[in-house]
Design a protein around this ligand. Structure first.
Ligand code: CTP
Length: 400
């Protein structure tokens, strides 16, 4: 998995810097190319020469050193990397990275990296438990950084607790897993729908619902992370579409969504309908803004097509069809009914009346129900984490 991968290793000033030498050695043995950026403090623990020899590449430390080779400049290094790893990551580098400080070669390079970034923290256990450090880790994680948790044991300072740099073999295994997961759905087309549809009443008004699109966008992001070719079809949403999509199609009405989805589904292996599609639309749409008068106003609603049901009728051999069910009562009974009615493989059901669940929240509480009736109940979780669990559940053996 690491064959030919370009790994940028940032080494910071902690006693565990010596273990980073073994990380480089293992990465190279696994076929990766490694370039090292050290902080000045790191050079107090291990020499630049050691990393130069073990990586077989020049080591960058000083922003102002005369350029010996074009590719040690921080931007070129950042662009070169398939993945950046900071090991050991001190409390100081976590704070700087969380703030976006750029005052040396490593911090400046990290800001320019667009590839995935991993931190392997190593520090005294009290420092690791400090709220400032926890906050910085959370902040970096919320921006997509990955963490390789430190081990627990006797630390160099004599204290005992979590803070010891993960073993080099574990660090390398974490990167291998990451690349393995990134290739899991390579060449597989995944269609995801998200957010609610809106159904116009007149040029300024519409019927809509509370769906933010968060769940669908998280699913699309997860599918991209697993290497799939992802098409995201979304109703109006304030969210930014994830990077790396094959295409993003913005729609407004159920009718528009149906057209795109039926077309895209023909070539998709996996279809996940997280969108909250309006079940009805106003029968007539006024060309002009409806003026108020003293009378009651009635709007006649006509049924929308059930896109998921049509997908179920047209489902091809091997295609995986996943629906969502937002319910306020009889969750399991209704959700199971929808699996049968719409010919689904799975349904993700949630009771939208529970706190932390449902529309327009960052979290949800869901049950993943299979066609065979198995139920996986997940506790309250971030929607991004739920997206991972959904993929873990719905992928057939051939992808595992
Ligand atoms: N769905 C769809 N087209 C519709 C309505 C719903 O594709 N016109 C899809 C949703 O994207 C979701 C699933 O169907 O994946 C469940 O939607 P829901 O509205 O809960 O189901 P309905 O069958 O419409 O049942 P009800 O509204 O009575 O609960």
């Amino acid at each position: 998995m690491l064959q030919g991968k370009k790994i940028l290793l940032g080494v910071t000033g902690g006693i565990a810097a010596y273990k980073a030498v073994e990380v480089v050695s293992r990465l190279r043995k696994a076929g990766a190319e490694v370039r090292v950026v050290m902080t000045k403090e790191a050079t107090e623990f291990v020499t630049e020469l050691t990393f130069r020899e073990i990586s077989g590449n020049p080591v960058a430390v000083d922003m102002w050193a005369p350029i010996q080779h074009w590719n040690v400049a921080h931007i070129a290094l950042a662009e070169w990397a398939d993945l950046a790893l900071v090991a050991p990551a001190t409390a100081n580098i976590l704070a700087k990275a969380a703030l976006g400080v750029a005052d040396d070669m490593l911090t400046t390079t990290l800001l320019a990296v667009t590839a995935p970034v991993f931190f392997a923290p190593a520090m005294n256990c009290n420092m690791y438990a400090h709220p400032a450090v926890r906050e910085n880790i959370e902040k970096l994680a919320s921006r997509g950084a990955h963490f390789i948790a430190p081990g627990t044991g006797k630390l160099a300072c004599g204290a005992e607790g979590p803070g010891r740099l993960a073993e080099p073999a574990e660090i390398v295994a974490a990167l291998e897993n990451f690349f393995a997961e990134g290739a899991q759905l390579s060449g597989v087309k995944v269609l995801v729908t998200a957010a609610g549809t809106i159904e116009p009443i007149d040029p300024v008004r519409y019927i809509g619902n509370r769906s933010s699109g968060r769940m669908g966008y998280a699913l699309a992001e997860e599918a991209v992370a697993r290497g799939a070719e992802v098409v995201l079809v979304s109703g109006p949403s304030a969210l930014t579409p994830p990077k790396g999509l094959q295409s993003f199609v913005s729609v407004e009405t159920a009718k528009e969504m149906r057209e795109v989805v039926l077309r895209e589904a023909e070539t998709s292996r996996i279809v996940i309908k997280a969108a909250a599609v309006a079940d009805y639309h106003p029968k007539t749409v006024s060309d002009h803004k409806i003026k108020k008068n003293d009378e009651e106003l009635s709007i006649i609603l006509e049924k929308n097509p059930d896109i998921l049901k049509e997908l179920g009728q047209k489902k091809r051999e091997g295609q995986i069809l996943v629906g969502f069910a937002a319910e306020t009562q009889n969750l399991l009974q209704y959700a199971k009914g929808k699996i049968a009615k719409k010919n689904l493989d799975f349904i993700v059901a949630n009771d939208v009346t529970k706190p932390g669940a449902g529309f327009n929240t960052a979290t949800n509480i869901v049950k993943i129900i299979s066609r065979g009736g198995e139920i996986e109940e997940l506790p309250l979780m971030e929607k991004r984490e739920i997206a991972k669990r959904i993929f873990d559940r719905i992928l057939p053996e051939e992808f595992k």
